[in-house]
Design a protein around this ligand. Structure first.
Ligand SMILES: NC(=O)C1=CN([C@@H]2O[C@H](COP(=O)(O)OP(=O)(O)OC[C@H]3O[C@@H](n4cnc5c(N)ncnc54)[C@H](O)[C@@H]3O)[C@@H](O)[C@H]2O)C=CC1
Ligand SMILES: O=C(O)CCC(=O)C(=O)O
Length: 469
């Protein structure tokens, strides 16, 4: 392979990316700078070949919402270009920025809707540096061949600990006493202040966070019951109850730990408040859409509910700053903030040093592995496929990453194309309408690679292709 050939090949790929029938086609080929490093790399015997099929300096990553420094360090170590922003971006700026990046890292505020993703011509992967993925149109991303990763449990403990603090704070009206004393009022009262020992905590959604909370709460002498749409093994002496209504009617404290879905929208509204015990407390650190706040305000004004702790809201500011949590954001804000025994926190359930640092490492590794090797294990919207990384001594091997529509006959077509070559390994899986095939093809020269690319690119079912070598 001489350098002229490589450049030609790269140009051919570039042509396909820019002018091919599908703007989603993503292909990468080695730049000269990468090829220049090969002889040195190849001298390292039996080392795993890091599949960086391009000068990694070409890869652009947009990081929003103050994603942790551990992630930035990891991406920089890979050689990627990192564009870091502390807050989220307004939609028009996001659309501008997303146009030419290969990866984007967000937390819960950035909405990656179909409208935004339509502009992302080079996007290969999205990293949600959090648990929730409701802010991303997962289905549309998959249709476009864009894999989405998250961190399924690195901040679960932090959320559970915050809820424990809130249970005691609500029972003892700690928030109100603190506000009073900050403004000079000494108000030493025990009226309607309670120990939590012996009370009942009802957990809605007994997943990673709900079950952690269950263990911590029992250690403080609370009885735990939980409601979940699936049957889940109880930890300790907790008990699953069959209906939401039963949970609500038996609990002194109700804590929500469900994802945002159509089914959980306004899951707690006027009828549910009516089912709750008089003087019960509500905690929501899941998603703002899960509780109907005007109904909560009414239930609190009627003294049905004795207190509430909210960490999440239907609309949340995209950045930190004074005056942002106002009626202009959510029309009921001034009503809510004037209520007694309401603890309001700015979506900090998962915001601890431990959680953020762990999430930064976890998600940045998942993204790098997907970019460099094509491994999609852990993706939330995508078939999970992986092949072990190539060794340095596997020369003239190309890794084919072919994302395609899950329709009959595709593997036959693809294998017809690949069958002229030596298929070392192949792994394919599907999820819904999307399928993903990884194959390592050995003994290929540059013209074979170009040929494989062009043939695959012309297949009807193709969504996107990357070739790594
Ligand atoms: N406040 C914060 O900073 C944070 C908030 N979260 C939120 O907490 C949510 C829960 O997190 P995890 O426990 O990690 O999720 P998870 O997926 O481990 O557990 C969720 C549980 O909810 C259950 N569920 C789903 N729909 C339900 C329904 N309609 N009724 C009853 N149960 C239902 C599921 O079966 C599952 O057991 C996340 O989706 C996210 O929105 C997560 C982390 C931090
Ligand atoms: O830390 C964040 O920005 C979001 C936390 C969260 O809500 C999540 O992990 O789902």
């Amino acid at each position: 392979m001489n350098s002229q050939d490589i450049n030609n090949l790269q140009n051919a790929f570039q042509y396909n990316v820019n002018l091919g029938s599908s703007p989603n086609a993503v292909s990468t080929s080695p730049t000269q700078s990468f090829m220049n490093t090969l002889p040195r790399r190849l001298s390292l015997s039996k080392q795993q070949k890091v599949l960086k099929p391009f000068s990694t300096g070409d890869i652009k990553i947009l990081l929003l919402e103050n994603v942790n420094q551990t992630a930035i360090a990891n991406f920089k170590e890979q050689g990627y270009q990192v564009d870091f922003h502390k807050g989220s971006l307004p939609e028009d700026e996001l659309i501008e920025k997303i146009k030419d990046v290969h990866a984007i890292g967000i937390r819960s505020k950035t909405k990656l809707t179909e409208k935004v993703l339509k502009h992302a011509k080079n996007l290969v992967v999205i990293g949600c540096f959090c648990i929730g993925t409701n802010q991303v149109d997962l289905e549309y991303a998959a249709k476009r061949g864009i894999a989405v990763f998250n961190s399924p449990f690195s901040n679960s403990r932090s959320v559970a600990e915050l809820v424990i603090a809130e249970i005691i704070s609500l029972a003892r009206q700690v928030g109100d006493r603190s506000i009073e004393l900050h403004t000079g009022t000494w108000n030493k009262v025990s009226n309607r202040c309670w120990e939590v020992r012996g009370k009942t905590l009802g957990i809605i959604g007994y997943g990673h966070i709900g079950s952690q909370l269950s263990v911590l709460a029992e250690a403080m002498g609370l009885h735990v019951i939980y409601y979940d749409i699936v049957t889940i093994m109880a930890l300790g002496t907790a008990k699953q109850v069959p209906t939401l209504d039963e949970l609500l009617s038996r609990s002194d404290f109700v804590s929500l730990h469900v994802p945002e879905t159509p089914e959980t929208k306004n899951m707690i509204s006027a009828p549910q408040f009516a089912s709750m015990k008089d003087g019960a407390y509500l905690i929501n650190a899941s998603r703002g859409t899960v509780v109907d706040i005007p109904s909560l305000i009414m239930a609190m004004k009627a003294k049905k509910i004795a207190g509430a702790a909210l960490d999440v809201y239907p609309s949340e500011p995209g950045k930190n700053g004074a005056g942002l949590f106002a009626d202009s954001l959510n029309s009921w804000t001034s009503d809510l903030v004037s209520l007694p025994n309401v603890i309001l926190t700015p979506h900090i359930g998962g915001s601890t040093e431990e959680a953020q640092s762990a999430i930064g490492v976890e998600v940045s590794h998942a993204l790098s592995k997907y970019i460099n090797e094509g491994a999609s294990v852990g993706a939330v919207n995508f078939p999970e496929v992986s092949l072990k990384a190539l060794d340095y001594d596997q020369e003239n091997t190309v890794r084919v990453l072919y994302i395609h529509k899950n329709v009959p006959g595709v593997l036959k077509t693809v294998n017809n194309i690949l069958s002229d070559h030596n298929i070392e390994k192949q792994y394919s899986d599907s999820r819904g309408d999307i399928a993903y095939l990884m194959a390592d093809i050995s003994s290929v020269n540059q013209s074979d690679i170009k040929d494989i690319y062009e043939q695959l690119n012309n297949t009807e079912a193709k969504i996107s292709i990357r070739l790594l070598y």
